[in-house]
Unconditional design. Structure first.
Length: 199
């Protein structure tokens, strides 16, 4: 049984809730003091993990639609991508404001250049920005064949973002390895596409 357009609308509502409610929880956690003794780090890691979760959710849509024969699922991919960019922006803002101070733009630029894991992070954000900015139907028509080539850079983000997370964690934690493993698995599902590119 295939999903109907109406069911896809309800699925999008669930995606909205799944992406927005964690933000409400984060605000409550800050207000109620539920975070640890280093709330700035907690906020940065929380926003970063949400970005990764939504990135992986967006990557799973295509193989899920193909293997379950639910082509309408593709309609959810753009929404997940926009929420991924939104949380990625929150992640960048949380670092630049809580760690460095909003007014210290020069220091932010220096940090992004001198710390490799931050360099990877800003590359990921810039790519997500480009994908979000060209996610409209108008951009798709305007760019034509170039649009798909541009949006294939999401695979580069899927490689760099887990490395950024692994590199940024100062103490051992299984979470970065779990995200990296899931990203590799989702990329492996596209081995035919990568093999065609290689040829």
């Amino acid at each position: 049984m295939r999903l109907t357009p109406k069911q896809i609308i309800w699925l999008k509502v669930l995606i909205y809730l799944a992406a927005f409610l964690p933000f409400i929880w984060l605000l409550l956690a800050i207000n109620q003091g539920w975070l640890s003794a280093d709330p700035a780090k907690d906020i940065q890691h929380f926003t970063g993990r949400m970005t990764l979760k939504l990135l992986l959710a967006g990557l799973i849509v295509t193989p899920l639609a193909r293997y379950t024969r639910q082509p309408l699922l593709i309609r959810c991919r753009r929404l997940l991508g926009l929420w991924c960019f939104a949380w990625g922006t929150l992640h960048l803002i949380s670092y630049s404001t809580l760690e460095l101070g909003l007014s210290n733009v020069g220091l932010l630029g220096k940090e992004l250049v001198t710390r490799p894991y931050l360099t990877l992070g800003i590359i990921c954000w810039l790519l997500l920005f480009a994908l979000a900015a060209t996610s409209t139907l108008w951009a798709q028509r305007k760019l034509a064949a170039k649009w798909q080539k541009l949006h294939n850079f999401v695979y580069l983000v899927a490689i760099l973002a887990p490395i950024h997370y692994l590199w940024s964690v100062k103490t051992f934690s299984p979470q970065p390895f779990i995200y990296a493993s899931l990203a590799l698995l989702l990329l492996a599902l596209r081995y035919k596409k990568f093999r065609a590119w290689w040829r």
